[in-house]
Design a protein around this ligand. Structure first.
Ligand code: G4P
Length: 527
């Protein structure tokens, strides 16, 4: 197969949702359709619902062992699908943000009872930053939820994206009869079936066909006729280009747990979702079709077994062909590395990979060379962009409680921040370490891992900050003045870029007014 054919058959995407909307269930059903797993229940629950540390550690341990669930590949109808798993728990949202840098599109799952929720909003903001194409799956239609029109309006208003239903539900909850696929005019009758894949497709070219009344009853049939007329009147015909440029989200309705609406979603996804896309670098755009290999690291998974300190760095192939046992340039370190046992991931297994193509994700065993955002090439010096750090929300100063283990603590915290477990900022004077996270759990993880993997012990001192803004200035003297006068609230990230800590939106605004020459940025990358 040519490189172009390999690229065209790949679809790399993530499933995102507020916890409990049905992400895990949908993932599992997609894998069932793909034949990647044989029965429901195979996908390890990757969620840390309970906030007790012990539960969390148990889950992390499982994750450490079954890293396979981080990426799930399978083939369906000639397409190679790569699902990148994203943790649902909000304390690990940063991990999700980073994973979103490695996908070409997402499927957003929304619970029809709850509608748009907090995490949905945050995750969509990240998608909007890059105009990532989004397909919406409105789940749990077997429950009594919100009116479908209201749900669409909510998605449009709250997530700032236009919508276009491609299927339409017939009733909901106890009265849920199925969905009508507006595009290909197929009626899918609902039957609750958690285990198997049902295939009840009935072609109804014309909704005035009396067969419809026989199949679903007169009242629901009339309602469907009315609503679909309304849909066709209100919404523009589906425009795949608007979807691919991130402005329009096609919407499907279904019930993941009952395998309902999932196949239609998958098949449409394969047809419309973008194949592996170009990525921007600090030098130029990298096109997938380029002969030479490039790839970047978007996630690092620690091995929690203390006997094996190595980690797995997840590399998304950006261009060309990756080959096992070939030297590639680690551009940040200017060092040549080759990989004897790169791994590819299937739903419930991992295997040695000889070659990989754009869109694929490979696991590289790493003894500490990689940081998030690192780039591998065949020799060209460039760095893939678009993997910014986002501001943490909780800030604490790290205090060493065992002076005999200072070195271990230093090394441990550096490595954990390279892995992206938390962000580390250095504050002067005194080279103090401020740790920023998006959730409480991360502090527990850091403490636990520093102790168990590095033998270092620490405690955290709360700081009254809620945001870190990366700062820039056109005029170097403005920057110098700012850094000097605000020194106590300045930290330096691991790239040595200055950030300003603020305690509230008001505080930030007030400071920004005082320093008109300084630009405050939401993330570590800006135009
Ligand atoms: P998440 O990964 O987004 O956090 O959600 P997950 O798939 O774990 O689903 C959350 C809960 O919603 C699960 O119930 C799951 O069974 C249920 N669910 C998923 N899809 C549907 C659906 O289409 N209809 C209905 N009625 N429920 C659905 P749970 O009680 O938390 O877990 P479990 O004991 O059922 O596994």
């Amino acid at each position: 197969m040519t490189l172009e054919q390999e690229i065209n058959k790949r679809r790399t995407f993530g499933i995102i949702s507020h916890p409990d909307a049905g992400k895990t269930t949908l993932t599992e059903k997609l894998l069932l359709f793909g034949g990647a797993i044989q029965k429901a229940g195979t996908v390890k629950r990757n969620k840390a619902e309970k906030t007790a540390t012990s539960d969390f550690m148990e889950i992390e341990k499982q994750r450490g062992i079954s890293v396979a669930t981080s990426v799930m590949g399978f083939e369906y109808n000639g397409a190679k699908i790569n699902i990148l798993d994203t943790p649902g728990h909000k304390d690990f949202a940063e991990d999700t943000y980073r994973t979103l840098t490695a996908v070409d599109s997402v499927i957003l799952v929304i619970d029809c009872v709850k509608g748009v929720e907090e995490q949905t909003r945050k995750l969509m903001q990240v998608c909007r930053m890059r105009n990532t194409p989004v397909i919406v799956f409105i789940n749990k239609m077997d429950r009594e939820g919100k009116d479908p029109f209201d749900l669409l309006e909510e998605v449009e208003k709250e997530l700032h994206i236009s919508t276009r239903p491609l299927s339409w539900p017939i009733g909901m909850g106890d009265r849920f009869k199925g969905v009508y696929q507006l595009n290909n005019k197929v009626l899918n009758l609902y039957s609750a079936n958690k285990k198997e894949i049902s295939d009840d497709n009935i072609l109804i070219n014309d909704l005035s066909d009396p067969q419809l009344d026989q199949l679903i009853g007169e009242v629901p049939a009339n309602k469907l006729r009315e609503e679909s007329e309304l849909v066709e009147g209100v919404f523009e015909p589906f425009d795949v280009n608007l979807y691919r440029s991130g402005y329009l989200a096609p919407v499907f309705f279904g019930s993941a747990i009952n395998n309902f609406g999932v196949k239609e979603l998958l098949e449409t996804f394969i047809q419309i979702a973008p194949f592996p896309q170009a990525r921007e670098s600090d030098v130029r755009m990298i096109e997938p079709i380029e002969k030479k290999f490039t790839g970047f690291i978007f996630k690092i998974h620690a091995n929690l077994d203390p006997n094996h300190r190595d980690r797995i760095a997840f590399c998304r192939v950006t261009s060309g062909k990756f080959e096992r046992n070939t030297f590639y340039l680690h551009t940040r370190l200017n060092k040549k590395l080759k990989f004897a046992s790169p791994t590819s991931f299937m739903a419930d297994s991992k295997s040695l990979v000889e070659e990989a193509y754009p869109g694929d994700v490979i696991g590289l065993y790493d003894a500490g060379n990689f940081k998030i955002g690192d780039t591998l090439t065949e020799g060209e010096k460039l760095q893939v962009l678009g993997i910014p750090s986002f501001s943490p929300e909780i800030f604490r100063e790290l205090e060493n409680t065992d002076p005999m283990k200072t070195k271990q603590l230093e090394k441990g915290i550096m490595q954990l921040s390279d892995e992206g477990v938390a962000q580390l900022f250095i504050v002067n004077p005194g080279n103090r370490k401020v740790i920023g996270t998006v959730g409480e759990l991360q502090f527990e993880v850091i403490q636990f891992r520093l102790l168990h993997e590095y033998g270092a012990s620490c405690q955290f001192r709360g700081l009254n900050y809620s945001k870190a803004s990366w700062v820039s200035a056109e005029n170097p003297s403005d920057m110098q003045n700012f850094l000097r006068t605000q020194a106590s609230r300045i930290g330096f990230d691991k790239e040595d870029r200055p950030v300003f800590f603020s305690s509230s939106a008001w505080d930030l605004e007030y400071t920004a007014k005082q320093y008109p020459g300084i630009v405050f940025h939401e993330t570590s990358e800006w135009d």
